[in-house]
Design a protein around this ligand. Structure first.
Ligand code: HEC
Ligand code: HEC
Ligand code: HEC
Ligand code: HEC
Ligand code: HEC
Length: 512
């Protein structure tokens, strides 16, 4: 009954009311959802035990399902290099992408190792279910407490390739109606590796494998299985990229994750500005070959899956790598800034910096909002080069942000209300200050103008970085890496001053 009605377009409210109804009545499987009670580790132990016992979740707490629970071994998967012999374009894009780095990523490995020790290994499949579905399914993921600073993980060679071709092209469906949130997430996909490669091409034939058209591969729901994370014990939604997208104007216009993340940044900009899908854009350069020897296709998909990760892409693949370069470009395409200066109380001047999320199909930032940093830097000077105000400049020594910085992120806490960035400890967010798609937020400031000043100059910049220096030091070791900031956008304004009052006639130029 549930499967029929949850087509994806129902509102959260309706879903929620049906979900409690289902829980109370006929959806037996729903009972396997994990209840919140007492000690989270003990609760997880009980819940995992129950799920494992009644056999509904094979890789608990991950929701990955293999049909009939058949036994899978490393031999059931093909190395991406082999696929790359005919699919050179897709292979070139994927190699060096964060999907190819998903298991080896040192930041992930370090946090996973800390979590492994803190939870006695009970979160292992939770983390590996998305970062190495193949290792999870093969059962080859091993923890070595002696590796690196905190310990590390190994798996069979194909599993170490992370989210690879065969992961995505063997997915046959989703089981999201069984998750605690009744939404995609925590690896809620059904996967069946073998001869058939599933994708979005109708009428495609290959000499190497069978093919099947899969509507799921054309939809954001496909991505949502991994790009939504909830805590497997207390069910708190920690990362909500898919949900954010689902309630955005992009979803209303039928624009999918693929339409921005599987095309060039230039095309993605047009998708966001014109609110049209790539195949509906006039003169977009998206055509090519899906395979050597295949027919010309009007849209073929880049497999770089570029987001904002400029730290790991440059550390693992170098600053010349396409993925690093594209991450910078993507970050510089997202936001616009606008300055508003007004007379304020007590002779002060109010400065507002309006930050608009022009082109991200979800909040800015998204996903690990408790870790990612997007912030405003403001510098106000006068014609005698006196600094009247400054905020959001990173400290030269510590590489950290001053406390009063206007920052767009989420503040996560554990069950005692103490700050934490560890996903297994998070129980709630105290504060969420991310910017919704096509929405805006203000950075608000006040400054004083000396009576003899004739002009005031305002510079505002928006910066991004994947994580704070403190977290990098904790995970990777002190002084291992200095986390850089990427400037996303900047706006400058110059204002005349008369009798200590800023004259606000003209509109400052906007830059994207
Ligand atoms: C439902 C799928 C899923 C699960 C479960 C999951 N992750 Fe992730 N993880 C992701 C995705 C997707 C990203 C990328 C998000 C982004 O870059 O914005 C990510 C990114 C990360 C990053 C950031 C890496 C970087 O280089 O910035 C860390 C750290 C991480 N995960 C740790 C963990 C740990 C530890 C666990 C288990 C407690 C875990 N993840 C469970 C999907 C998952
Ligand atoms: C994260 C999931 C993911 C990974 C990893 C992935 N693909 Fe894809 N691929 C997709 C999706 C989704 C589509 C269809 C996109 C659409 O039509 O909107 C696709 C499309 C394709 C197509 C059809 C032609 C095209 O480009 O549109 C081929 C061929 C293909 N992928 C091969 C590969 C190969 C080879 C690899 C590994 C080097 C790979 N894929 C890795 C998700 C993935
Ligand atoms: C010997 C060459 C060859 C190899 C090796 C190969 N493919 Fe293909 N594949 C093709 C051809 C040709 C097509 C058809 C392209 C078209 O119709 O435009 C194709 C189509 C596809 C499609 C599209 C299916 C659809 O219906 O949407 C996917 C997905 C795919 N391949 C994935 C893979 C993966 C994953 C691997 C590695 C396990 C792989 N291929 C290895 C030649 C190959
Ligand atoms: C099997 C799980 C899985 C699926 C399916 C999946 N992803 Fe991912 N994705 C990940 C993980 C895990 C990471 C992060 C790896 C890391 O940071 O260590 C990631 C990273 C990314 C990033 C890079 C983020 C950054 O910070 O640079 C983008 C963009 C992305 N995925 C988009 C997509 C899109 C679009 C789809 C659907 C076509 C998709 N993903 C499907 C698991 C998945
Ligand atoms: C309209 C274009 C657009 C659509 C649609 C879109 N994105 Fe993004 N995405 C962006 C832009 C631009 C960024 C870089 C800014 C940011 O980090 O938010 C980004 C960043 C990301 C990141 C990296 C976030 C970080 O800071 O670590 C992930 C992961 C991601 N997107 C996944 C997805 C998934 C999954 C979907 C579909 C549910 C999706 N995106 C839909 C444009 C888009």
């Amino acid at each position: 009954m549930l499967k029929k009605i949850t087509g994806g377009l129902l509102s959260a409210a309706i879903l929620a009311s049906f979900s409690s109804f289902a829980l109370a009545t006929e959806d037996k499987k729903a009972e396997t959802r994990i209840a919140v009670s007492g000690d989270p580790i003990e609760a997880l132990k009980q819940a995992s035990k129950k799920i494992v016992e009644d056999g509904t979740l094979q890789f608990s707490p991950s929701y990955i399902t293999v049909p009939e629970h058949r036994k899978i071994t490393p031999k059931d998967w093909t190395d991406p290099k082999v696929c790359g012999q005919c699919h050179s374009r897709q292979y070139k894009g994927w190699k060096g992408s964060m999907h190819s780095n998903a298991f080896t990523d040192p930041v992930f490995q370090a946090m996973w190792a800390i979590g492994e020790k803190a939870t006695n290994g009970r979160f292992k499949n939770h983390c590996s279910g998305c970062h190495t579905p193949i290792g999870t399914i093969n059962g080859t993921v091993k923890f070595d407490p002696k590796m690196g600073l905190h310990g590390g993980f190994t798996a069979d060679p194909i599993a170490e390739k992370g989210v690879s071709c065969d992961v995505c092209h063997s997915i046959t469906g989703t089981n999201f109606t069984r998750t605690a949130t009744m939404e995609h997430g925590n690896g809620s996909f059904i996967i069946d590796p073998g001869k058939i490669k599933r994708g979005s091409l109708k009428k495609s034939t290959s000499p190497f494998h069978e093919t099947a058209y899969s509507p799921l591969h054309t939809s954001s729901q496909f991505c949502g299985n991994c790009h939504n994370i909830f805590h497997p014990v207390n069910n708190f939604p920690i990362e909500r990229t898919y949900d954010e997208w689902k309630y955005s104007i992009y979803a209303q216009k039928g624009i999918q994750c693929m339409d921005c993340h599987m095309v060039s940044v230039e095309t993605a900009k047009r998708v966001a500005d014109e609110l049209k899908r790539p195949h509906d854009l006039v003169n977009a350069d998206t055509g090519g070959l899906a395979a050597v020897g295949g027919p010309y296709r009007k849209v073929v998909h880049d497999h770089q899956f570029v987001g904002g990760n400029a730290v790991v892409t440059s550390a693992l693949n170098g600053k010349k790598s396409d993925n690093y370069q594209a991450a910078i470009k993507r970050l510089q395409s997202v936001a616009s800034l606008k300055l508003i200066v007004e007379p304020g109380k007590y002779g002060l001047h109010n400065l507002k910096v309006k930050v608009t999320n022009e082109r991200a199909g979800h909040n800015l930032p998204t996903s690990l909002t408790e870790v990612r940093q997007v912030w405003v830097e403001v510098i106000v000077t006068d014609d005698q080069n006196r600094e009247l105000f400054r905020s959001g400049t990173m400290d030269k020594d510590t590489n950290e942000l001053p406390k009063d910085t206007v920052i767009f992120n989420a503040h996560a806490v554990d069950k005692n209300g103490k700050h934490t960035a560890y996903p297994w400890e998070i129980t709630r967010f105290l504060d969420v200050n991310t910017i919704p798609p096509k929405g805006y937020k203000y950075g608000k400031y006040a400054f004083n103008v000396p009576p003899d000043a004739k002009k005031v100059k305002v510079i505002a910049r928006l910066h991004y970085r994947s994580f704070s220096q403190g977290l990098a030091d904790l995970l990777l070791g002190k002084d291992k890496i200095r986390i850089p900031a990427v400037k996303m956008s900047q706006v400058d304004g110059e204002y005349e001053v008369r009798d200590g009052k800023v004259q606000v006639k003209h509109k400052p130029a906007e830059k994207h």
